[in-house]
Design a binder for this molecule. Sequence first.
Ligand code: S3P
Length: 455
Amino acid sequence: MTHGASLTPAVAHKSENLTGTVRIPGDKSISHRSFMLGGLASGRTRIRGLLEGEDVLATGRAMQAMGAHIVKEDDTWIIDGLGNGLLLEPEAPLDFGNAGTGVRLTMGLVGTYAFEATFIGDASLSRRPMGRVLDPLRLMGVQVKAEAGDRLPVTLRGPDLAIPISYRVPMASAQVKSAVLLAGLNTPGTTTVIEPVMTRDHTEKMLAGFGAELSVETDAGGVRTIMLSGQGKLAGQDIDVPGDPSSTAFPLVAALLVPGSRVTIENVLMNPTRTGLITTLLEMGADIKIVNQRGAGGEDVADLVVSASELKGMTVPPERAPSMIDEYPVLAIAASFAEGETVMEGLEELRVKESDRLAAVAEGLRRNGVDCDEGKTSLRVRGVPGGRGLGAVAEDAVVETHLDHRIAMAFLVMGLAAEKPVTVDDSTIIATSFPEFMDMMTGLGAIIERGRKAA
Ligand code: S3P
């Protein structure tokens, strides 16, 4: 990864009526899992619509390093997998760049193998806590060598025979749930994950699709118990990856905020564990029409027709956080243009994303004239309808992105509707999840310049 060595700033300027139709690239969560399960399953997996962001490609390279055969033919990725339990020892450290999902899920996938695998990443990933995944792996008998505080680089060596566990996930994290389930694939007996708060369910759905023996029970209080039988056979699948709702969030909020806009966003994944932002924006008064709802590859997808709207601040229910966890930075931008105050609570997980997103968002808002309060696990934003006076408070006011793609994209969206320009210190990091972002936004009419600061 070169991030950090070559930052390229970008400036977003007040724009007029964004219009057009866009198709959002594939969902990042499903794309990672497609490479992992395709590489593990016996036989051939074909993936269409895969997100070709740096994060996902790092996962593909890791699976190749462990023996999977991966090629791209036209628009289809073709994977010949090894078979469950048959991954090969990687000869070199597996480099996941900026990708938390890639590294944490792969630690689960390969941690229980009786060989050594070393995991490395960029400066952002090397700051993030890995203990949340390493703790359950230790219970399964995995030896862990890690930097202080369970940070990368991490080396894992599995036991001859892993121990099945029953694990209650201590924080709302799909990555932790998924890592334990994937570790259970190479473990005899039944691995159980108890999930008190439901998070995105792509791992469960896709494991079932690849033929794993898996059951999910939900009790009256919403607590989910997921049971997986280890050492079963997985068979290659054909996968159509729907558009990423987390990437959708950026053109969606831009279209709401830039007066006169009307944008159609096609093929958006509408899995209810991912649609919290749409629900929230509708409650804030957004004009979003959900049309052409259909099923595709076991998921619900739809097109969104978004028109510029006057938003009202609201208190976002904290229990909604898992279904919109990656969307708070851009929700904070929407809130900056809403009438009144928006209160966001239950945000503790934002502190351990690609950056401390709570701090990064609050600081970025302040540098662009937004009145906000950062709490330990909350954010309050008082909006300015029309964006009058918003944008860089001083000529040299720059948003620090801290190697976080979503901070970069959220603040560029802000600049399209603010009175004054908004500058971010880096735009190269956007390629980790949404390489098409700049072209897509400028194609809709957004004015964004790369490589220079606001005059
Ligand atoms: C993801 C889970 C979430 C999310 C991340 C993708 C996944 O992380 O923020 O972008 O694909 O499982 P946590 O599990 O840390 O909440």
